[in-house]
Design a protein around this ligand. Structure first.
Ligand SMILES: [Zn+2]
Length: 117
């Protein structure tokens, strides 16, 4: 820059002192929650949304109750299926024994040692 060129006085941009808080773009499912012990607040770790503690606890209780109910239903369904598999295994063993008996009746036994064919 040449010595005879100087910036125009008063053209400096003032320092920016105000900013807006930017939320993460898109939908947040609030999957990770932080309990702030100092402020006694419940907030989403990802988007910083603050929840009403009672409402949050209530929704968690409902979510846990639903999960336990689904768990109970799955366990009942599982034990019913295990009983059916056991019955099918018994039936399979019974039918295999019948097939074996029927084959023994139809096919003559081959005595290789005495060569009685
Ligand atoms: Zn969130």
């Amino acid at each position: 820059m040449a010595d005879n060129i100087r910036p125009f006085p008063g053209a400096e941009v003032p320092e920016q002192t105000i900013s807006t808080e930017r939320r993460p773009f898109g939908f947040c499912a609030h999957e990770k929650i932080t309990l702030d012990e100092h402020r006694r607040t419940v907030k989403c770790t990802a988007c910083d949304k603050v929840f009403d503690p009672f409402t949050f606890l209530q929704s968690e209780v409902h979510r846990l109750q639903d999960a336990w109910e689904r768990h109970r239903q799955v366990r009942a369904s599982l034990s019913e299926l295990v009983e059916r598999v056991d019955a099918l295994k018994k039936e399979e063993a019974r039918l295999k024994a019948r097939v074996k008996t029927a084959k023994a009746k139809v096919e003559p036994s081959i005595d290789v040692r005495n060569r009685s064919l």
